[in-house]
Design a protein around this ligand. Structure first.
Ligand code: 5GP
Ligand code: ZN
Length: 115
């Protein structure tokens, strides 16, 4: 838990969110400002600031974050049509919440390259 971290507070239930998945190490909830018909954030319960802060001890967790996102995509029935996973990192990457999160977006066609 990092004080004043929004996603730590969501993971602890101190700030409400619409839950999609939860286990002892991962929480997924709907983005408050969805950019696609399905827009879900998948986060570790423990505070990791960004993907560049994932160390060797977190490798398996990072893999489980991706597998969880894919599993949610299946449950949301967007796996066959396709979806996008996004990891924004730091300022130029567009990261605004400094707690590692995977965006799961789908339900519409995605443009490439992203903005
Ligand atoms: P980033 O820009 O850091 O990659 O993504 C942060 C995401 O968190 C944004 O898509 C934003 O809409 C979402 N977000 C910000 N505050 C909240 C909140 O209080 N609740 C939820 N559910 N999502 C949030
Ligand atoms: Zn945090």
């Amino acid at each position: 838990m990092t004080p004043d971290c929004l996603f730590c507070k969501i993971a602890q239930g101190k700030i409400p969110a619409t839950p999609v998945f939860s286990n002892d190490e991962i929480v997924a909830f709907r983005d408050i400002n969805p950019q696609a018909p399905t827009h879900i954030l998948v986060i570790p319960r423990n505070h990791i600031t960004s993907i560049v802060d994932v160390d060797a001890a977190d490798e398996a967790l990072a893999g489980r974050l991706l597998r969880t996102a894919a599993s949610i995509a299946k449950a949301e029935k967007i796996a066959d049509s396709g979806f996008r996973l996004v990891l924004n990192c730091n300022k130029d990457g567009g990261q605004t919440v400094m707690h590692l999160h995977v965006h799961l977006m789908g339900g519409r066609g995605m443009a490439w390259p992203p903005g």
